[in-house]
Design a protein around this ligand. Structure first.
Ligand code: DNO
Length: 398
């Protein structure tokens, strides 16, 4: 597989020269400075491509070319936005970049409640606490119906049995302080979303109000409607993808659960089967994010890799550990629910050219002082990358 690394552009504290030294071959990036919904011009793409190539690397994958909310909920300007999207795809292809990662998660991209959860060994990890998330939903966002939904919430078989998340959120409410509330908003809305070219940004004045406005757009949009909208989008862009040789790869929902009353439709094997069959074109593929999928107790990640490898255009190597109470954290790249050694075997067998990147490393050995994007430490990711390089080398060794 091609060893790639997510790099956040010319201002990233981790430079391309550093990446050359640790065995990175390809770069995964985006035009992070282009506002949502605007065309990525050929000149802007060329400028970044050349910058990457001058450093001796190649721009392998776009992560992400964002799908604006109007396309997801089916707003009045969705056709116009689809045209913008197609134009960006054509410009990318003209510059030789043909693997495009995106997601179809309403409002919120990925979600975590704690970004520096301490591990016993002194490093820290990302963490998702259901009680804290429910507290955010009920007490900070104050979403209508949230309390009733959490009262009905049930964990999947095997984890969190007998747990009363609503009671835990109510108990938390007694001890929360304005500072801890602020921290939770930072973690859920700002720090995890701010750098992924999504709806929220560092410095947003009233993120919760903005959040409520986005949620309101999805009134009446259920799972079936969101699926219809995704199919509409994919069918509309497929002719452009065929013409330009672009492979689209949707990122699974992270975590793979329905949150905040919003439908999420890329969570399970059944969902992925649906989306690949609904638009049965090889250019309609997936990003196999082992981390996101392994956070769902119902997902057999290895079986999914076997089933979907032929439509996988990009791989995220990462693994989650689910605690008996249902909360999850990000495990070592050689531990947790996703068997990354077996996944490397499967994907390497599929295509030696398939790009992969390590996703979300631990924060360790001073990473915490460097102000990296949440989950995107340098030393933690470098450590994980070295582990994966070792796995691949062992697999290649006859
Ligand atoms: C988080 C990332 C996601 C991913 C997007 C793809 O760390 O994996 O933000 O890039 O969902 O569109």
């Amino acid at each position: 597989m091609e060893k790639t690394w997510r790099w956040f552009g010319k201002n990233d504290k981790i430079t391309l020269a550093m990446l050359r030294q640790i065995g990175v071959e390809g770069i995964v990036t985006a035009l992070h400075n282009v506002p949502l919904g605007e065309v990525w011009t050929r000149e802007q793409i060329r400028d970044l491509r050349k910058y990457i190539e001058t450093a001796g690397l190649r721009w392998s994958v776009v992560e992400s070319l964002p799908v604006t909310e109007t396309i997801k909920y089916g707003g009045p300007d969705r056709d116009q936005q689809i045209e913008v999207y197609k134009e960006s795809l054509r410009n990318l292809a003209a510059e030789g970049i043909r693997t495009v990662c995106y997601n179809f998660m309403p409002v919120l991209d990925w979600a975590r409640t704690d970004l520096l959860h301490p591990n016993a060994d002194g490093s820290s990890n990302l963490y998702f606490s259901y009680a804290e998330f429910a507290y955010f939903d009920i007490y900070i966002l104050k979403r209508a119906g949230a309390r009733e939904e959490w009262a009905r919430f049930r964990f999947p078989e095997g984890v969190g049995q007998g747990r009363d998340v609503l009671a835990e959120a109510d108990a938390l409410a007694k001890n929360m302080t304005p500072e801890r509330d602020h921290q939770l908003v930072e973690n859920i809305v700002i720090k995890t979303q701010g750098f992924v070219s999504g709806n929220f940004h560092e410095g947003d004045e009233a993120p919760i109000e903005k959040f409520r406005e986005f949620l309101a757009l999805y009134q009446g949009i259920d799972k079936a409607q969101l699926r219809t909208n995704m199919k509409y989008f994919l069918e509309a862009i497929m002719p452009t993808c065929e013409e330009c040789g672009i492979n689209m790869c949707v990122h699974p929902d992270d975590p793979p659960i329905e949150i905040l009353g919003l439908p999420r439709i890329v969570r399970t094997a059944e969902d992925i089967r649906w989306l690949l069959n609904a638009v049965p074109n090889p250019h309609n593929g997936i990003t196999f994010c082992a981390g996101s999928l392994s956070a769902g107790a119902y997902n057999d990640v290895t079986a999914m890799a076997r089933e979907f490898a032929h439509r996988t255009h990009f791989v995220h190597l990462r693994s989650c550990h689910i605690f008996p109470n249902g909360d999850f954290t990000e495990a070592s790249h050689l531990g947790g629910r996703a068997d990354l050694i077996e996944l490397c075997r499967i994907f390497e067998g599929e295509s030696a050219k398939l790009p992969f990147r390590v996703d979300h490393g631990r924060t360790m050995l001073g990473d915490e002082a460097r102000g990296y994007n949440a989950g995107y430490s340098f030393l933690g990711r470098m450590y994980a990358m070295a582990q994966m390089q070792g796995v691949l080398a062992a697999l290649e060794h006859k």
